[in-house]
Design a protein around this ligand. Structure first.
Ligand SMILES: C[S@@+](CC[C@H](N)C(=O)[O-])C[C@H]1O[C@@H](n2cnc3c(N)ncnc32)[C@H](O)[C@@H]1O
Length: 181
């Protein structure tokens, strides 16, 4: 199922700056570059960023052009020189099982996203997996996410969806869109 958010989240006249945290080798990056966005790709693992470059194909040229930045960092302590319009997380936040780590994540996002910008979150839902890659995870609904990201972000909309993995299992995700105050 594809669901489109009803609120426009990139309406500025300058080149939008999109941060993808815990990027892995996500195909989202090539799509964002194709749309002309500036992308800040963040991962705690340099090997993940190397894998990303490996799947970018012709879009790897964006590195030399300065349209793509690669940042090796732990999201919990991430601080950028320049703010971003959108913060995107798919399948990273649920690895933070300590409340202090989720609070540090929320502070990093608040520091990074410009006022009026957005945070896009996809994380395991309350009836989603209890572990991933052998690691414990936390599961969230719109309420627990809203509490984590308040007061800097307000919830715009949310929904849950079943993600079918390449190996055929179903994972329930909560998707949420927040606006930076
Ligand atoms: C399950 S993968 C998701 C990759 C990608 N977002 C996707 O949807 O395909 C999680 C990624 O988050 C990264 N990661 C885990 N903890 C992190 C942290 N504290 N800070 C930054 N990246 C982290 C991992 O290295 C990994 O690439």
């Amino acid at each position: 199922m594809v669901r489109r958010v009803t609120a426009p989240i990139l309406s500025s006249t300058r080149t939008p700056r999109v941060l993808v945290v815990g990027v892995g080798a996500s195909p989202l990056v090539a799509e964002l570059l194709r749309f002309g966005h500036h992308v800040v790709a963040v991962d705690i693992a340099s090997a993940a960023l190397e894998a990303l470059v490996g799947v970018l194909g012709k879009w790897a040229a964006a590195l030399a052009d300065g349209q793509l930045e690669l940042v090796v960092a732990d999201v919990r302590s991430l601080r950028l020189d320049q703010s971003v319009d959108v913060w995107h997380d798919r399948a990273v936040f649920h690895f933070l099982i300590e409340p202090a780590d989720r609070a540090a994540y929320a502070e990093a996002a608040a520091a990074a996203v410009t006022s009026g910008g957005h945070l896009v979150m996809a994380t395991f839902a309350p009836d989603g997996p209890t572990s991933c890659s052998g690691l414990a995870v936390t599961r969230h609904d719109a309420g627990s996410l809203g509490a984590t990201f308040a007061p800097h972000f307000e919830l715009v909309e949310s929904f849950e969806v079943d993600h079918v993995t390449p190996w055929g299992s179903t994972q329930r995700f909560t998707h949420a869109l927040f606006r930076r105050a």
